[in-house]
Design a protein around this ligand. Structure first.
Ligand code: CMX
Length: 148
């Protein structure tokens, strides 16, 4: 049976836009130089997210946010990704309204949810991940501006 066949019978997620594209890098300062000195973008924020074992750097390219991710630990998710796949696009993040309902909805649709409850992410967002094995190969992040 098609995993997503019941979508039509339940309320769908309220997804508003792509919040950011996450890119795994080995060295944050070297990669920032590429984005600033070659692409001419401006890094406007660097933030460590201890919970995710990453240091992040943010850029806006027009309306689109780019997040560079450097691992702060050998056993973090980005370290594992770099070891296995090398540098490159790591995840796609969608802004949703009502992240808890969105997660429940994804689970009901048979999607493998990594975080059953939202966690604290960078830039004041609540975040939660869906497993790439159930999202057609793309690690998918849901995020929402923190309300508390
Ligand atoms: N994109 C696509 N596929 C991925 C992936 C990614 N980012 N990360 C792992 N995979 C694939 C692997 O290639 C592997 O596939 P195969 O079985 O076909 O080889 C499979 O998923 C399992 O990979 P793994 O290396 O064994 O890794 P784990 O299962 O231990 O962890 C994942 C994978 C996605 C559950 C883990 O990385 C995770 O929990 N990620 C969410 C948190 C996160 O990534 N945080 C960093 C960003 C934080 C931020 O933006 O602030």
């Amino acid at each position: 049976m098609d995993t997503f066949a019941i979508t039509k019978q339940t309320a769908v997620m309220n997804t508003t836009h792509i919040e950011h594209i996450g890119i795994a890098v080995r060295n944050l300062s070297e990669s920032i130089r590429f984005y600033e000195e070659v692409l001419g973008l401006k890094c406007y924020n660097i933030e460590e997210v201890a919970d995710q074992k990453v240091r992040t750097a943010f850029f806006m390219a027009g309306q689109t946010k780019i997040e560079l991710l450097e691992s702060t630990s050998d056993d973090g998710p980005v370290a594992k990704f770099l070891e296995k796949k090398g540098e490159g696009v790591h995840h796609l993040a969608f802004a949703v309204k009502g992240i808890e309902e969105a997660l429940r909805h994804a689970e009901q649709q048979g999607v493998q949810v990594i975080d059953r409850q939202p966690r604290k992410g960078a830039e004041g967002l609540d975040i939660a991940f869906l497993h790439p094995k159930s999202t057609f190969g793309v690690l998918t992040e849901l995020c929402e501006e923190r309300s508390r």
